[in-house]
Design a protein around this ligand. Structure first.
Ligand code: NAD
Length: 777
């Protein structure tokens, strides 16, 4: 580890501070099942302390946390029990290099080739079970490794722990060690139970006349399966009412167990740990089905990588891989430190859970008006990306999670999964946190929010026509790939075009006016850069306050040529925090206008998708365009006619009919049509008549590739379809023609290999208009 102090006193001061902190974390973790910091932060402190102690061995006194297992007992009231043989922890490595180094050392110490037993590291809590004459005698938590809590009184509630062994041949007395954990579905069920209890509690409080906002979160969601399992196991039966006992029984009943080691056991009749597992299983004790034995370190490395990719495909949370020397004889030879065996190591995967500060809860308004609260957090790195926002879905979810603004929250991001706030670390509250309430009005246009539908908890802004957020969302959608596919019309431009000149007023431009925009109008528009990655806190030049830049705050402004910049007051009034003084190149404006011009004649289905009609995405739009050939024909169709088109159906039919009922929707169509947007497929024979009935390309399959002069990519395909041909995307023996322009790649070479006739753009134009016979004419 880097930057280890060179003088002893500095190192000692740091080590003492670390030890004190670690002690506090572990006491809370082991005794209360509460993580004051994330495991990753804990591990960083722990390894720093280990490094200091390596540099100055005299620091590594017996009472250093690095020399201990778990934490001294802070009793929940259980009797203490001394393990017949000590329970150890494991040493950790975090990289494959560190693992290889450990394996080489272990192999050298063993003095011969070893077999590697590779297991999933279960993220649960350790337990020791002692059996005498085939009957469970005690169940004990790990405690400090020597003495744990005797939780045998709870055993009757934990069906996962066998009371009696099956078969025969077991020793008179022996200890086995394992991990108690909650399977994801059980964890989820416990949280559903919390939701139900909270709902009942809220109903009861309402009945008593308590104001909605004053009802506290009595049954918050459990944030983390491991800590919930730990909390479950350490519940006491004493002084519990009958309903409380029922809840306790439910929590304990959901625990699972896998055994992964042994304690006191005189002369086991086998020579390896993997064989021990076989014996245990034979006696009806649960062992993991995921363990593997390998002869080479390379195979172990591959196992580590593979399991890491499938971390969520097993029935429990895993935080790493445990690699053990399989031969029991070598366990004795390699021995253990005061904390961990030398014959095993834990390879830890990157953390999926981190802690961060919840700075604010805001409400975003989507394209359809849905109001979604989202968390704004101090940026934190998790699973390879920096996260600073997470959706909170609706006000009930915020309540259920029991988070307050200012809380330290647990954030989870598993692989590619969307980041989620799991809950707050309530123990870290200092009284400055404040509760959040769902606003009554839309944050963008101040219209009162309403339930999505009767009785719904989700709220929406009903001002679909001119709420800036909704218009912005729709305009952005128009530019998206599945709609008009206009690259310059992305999030930034959509925001710039639709921003209101004064907050809470209608946007400058709505989608109805999109095709009327001119370069002169566009150039002076301010471009607000949203969603940019942000870094360290910065001092706001306007307000002087320190802000961690969240999206929506970084702003780029453009000015009409020759205009002075805005004064700070004006900037503040517009919610603009930083002035980059970057002018929007007028090329961008010119490009947008020309792209919009081209878009006017894009295939009908794209135009249909751009209208932002509920449920009408590319698939339904293609079906509508193919069948009806024009927007007028769609509009003229009855509900039945619409619904019976394959790929459309009743829901979309209703949605279409509803859409045309609205005046401002029809106005969009009118203004677009007036601006030259083409609402029909040229040459389409009319509703219901398949285009390929008698076109000049009937029965022919054509592939268009590269850039064909006079056609967009889609345009070329539409032309083939309109002429009754089949537009294929890959070249095969069934292909009749390949139309290739500059940039054509493998499709062209494949056509040449297969001897398929290749056409240039001019020949293609002849083909689609006059048919194949005209090519040679
Ligand atoms: N967040 C916090 O505040 C906090 C505080 C203390 C500890 N911790 C976490 O706990 C860790 C230290 O705890 P620890 O001493 O229990 O070590 P550990 O969890 O890193 O590893 C040792 C334990 O792994 C368990 N284990 C799971 N699967 C196993 C398998 N297949 N074979 C063998 N053992 C298996 C055993 O119970 C064993 O005791 C830290 O690295 C940190 O992640 C966090």
């Amino acid at each position: 580890m880097s930057d280890i102090p060179t003088d002893f006193e500095t190192a000692r001061a740091e080590a003492e501070a670390l030890a004190e902190r670690i002690e506090r974390y572990r006491t809370t973790y082991y005794s209360e099942g509460v993580s004051l910091v994330s495991d990753a932060e804990y591990d960083v402190d722990f390894h720093r302390l280990e490094a200091l102690e390596r540099a100055f061995p005299e620091l590594a006194g017996q009472d250093s946390p690095t020399q201990q297992v778990g934490a001294a007992l802070v009793s929940a009231g259980f009797p203490s029990h001394e393990h017949a043989e000590r329970m150890l922890s494991l040493d950790n490595v975090f990289t494959l290099d560190e693992f290889a180094e450990w394996a080489t050392k272990a192999q050298a110490a063993a003095g011969r080739a070893v077999r590697w037993l590779s297991e999933l590291k279960i993220d649960g809590l350790a337990i020791s079970l002692a059996y005498r004459d085939g009957v469970l005698e005690t169940a004990t938590t790990r405690g400090d490794g020597r003495v744990g809590e005797d939780i045998t009184e709870n055993i009757e509630f934990i069906p996962a722990i066998p009371r009696r062994l099956a078969g025969d041949g077991f020793p008179t007395f022996f200890e086995v060690r394992g991990e108690v954990f909650l399977q994801p579905h059980d964890f989820q069920a416990l949280n559903e139970r919390q939701h139900r209890l909270q709902a009942e509690f809220v109903a009861e409080q309402r009945e008593k006349g308590r104001a909605e906002d004053a009802i506290p979160t009595r049954f918050p969601e459990f944030a983390n399966a491991r800590n919930t399992a730990a909390g479950s196991l350490r519940q006491r039966r004493e002084n519990k009412s009958a309903p409380q006992l029922e809840l306790m029984r439910d929590r304990l009943g959901r625990l699972s167990l896998y055994l992964h080691g042994i304690g006191a056991w005189q002369n086991p009749p086998v020579s390896s740990q993997s064989e021990i597992y076989g014996l245990l299983a034979g006696w009806g004790l649960p062992v993991s089905p995921h363990s593997r034995v390998f002869d080479s370190v390379d195979e172990v490395t591959a196992f580590i990588a593979d399991r890491g990719e499938h971390r969520h495909d097993v029935e429990h949370e895993i935080d790493g891989i445990v690699v053990k020397v399989d031969e029991l004889e070598l366990h004795a030879e390699l021995g253990a430190t005061s904390r961990a065996p030398r014959w095993a190591i834990a390879y830890k995967y990157p953390p999926e859970e981190v802690h961060t500060k919840l700075l604010d809860i805001r409400v975003g308004i989507g394209r359809t008006g849905r109001a979604t609260p989202y968390a704004v957090m101090a940026p934190v790195k998790v699973q390879g990306s920096t996260v600073e926002q997470a959706t909170l879905h609706n006000q009930d979810v915020v309540k259920a999670k029991g988070v307050l603004i200012g809380d330290t929250v647990v954030l989870r991001k598993a692989g590619d999964v969307i980041p989620e706030i799991l809950g707050a670390v309530e123990e870290l509250r200092d009284g400055t946190e404040r509760e959040w309430h769902m606003p009554e009005r839309c944050p963008e246009c101040a219209t009162p929010l309403r339930p999505m539908k009767e009785g719904d908890i989700d709220l929406r802004c009903p001002n679909a026509e001119s709420c800036p957020a909704q218009v912005r969302g729709r305009v952005e959608h128009i530019g998206s790939r599945g709609a008009l596919d206009i690259e310059v019309l992305g999030e930034v431009t959509a925001a710039a075009l639709t921003q209101p000149s004064v907050p809470s007023t209608p946007p400058l431009v709505t989608e109805a006016g999109l095709f009327d925009l001119t370069v002169d109008e566009l150039v002076p528009i301010e471009v607000v850069v949203r969603g940019a990655e942000t870094g360290e806190p910065k001092t706001d030049p306007v307000t002087g306050e320190e802000v961690r830049r969240a999206p929506f705050q970084k702003v780029r402004i453009t000015y009409p040529p020759g205009t002075d910049e805005l004064t700070p007051t004006e900037r503040r009034a517009r919610g603009i925090r930083k002035n980059h003084r970057e002018l929007l190149p007028s090329e961008a404006a010119t490009k947008l206008v020309s792209e919009l011009e081209k878009a006017k004649t894009k295939p009908l289905w794209r135009i249909l998708v751009s209208l932002n009609i509920r449920h009408v995405g590319p698939v339904a739009a293609r079906a509508l365009a193919d069948h009806f050939g024009s927007l007028d024909a769609v509009r003229a169709a009855s509900r039945e006619e619409l619904a019976e088109v394959e790929g459309v159906g009743g829901i979309i039919a209703d949605s279409l009919l509803d859409w045309f009922e609205v005046d401002w929707h029809r106005e969009i169509v009118e203004r677009w049509a007036a601006a030259g947007v083409q609402f029909a497929t040229p040459g389409h024979p009319g509703p219901g008549r398949a285009a390929d009935a008698d076109g000049v390309l009937a029965g022919l399959t054509i592939v268009a590739t590269g850039s064909l002069d006079g056609f967009t990519r889609e345009g070329a395909q539409e032309a083939i379809i309109a002429a009754g041909g089949k537009a294929a995307s890959s070249v095969s023996k069934k292909t009749d023609f390949v139309a290739a322009g500059p940039g054509a790649g493998s499709k062209l070479s494949k056509a040449e290999d297969l001897g398929i006739r290749v056409l240039d753009a001019a020949q293609f134009a002849v083909l689609v208009s006059e048919g194949p016979a005209a090519l040679d004419g």
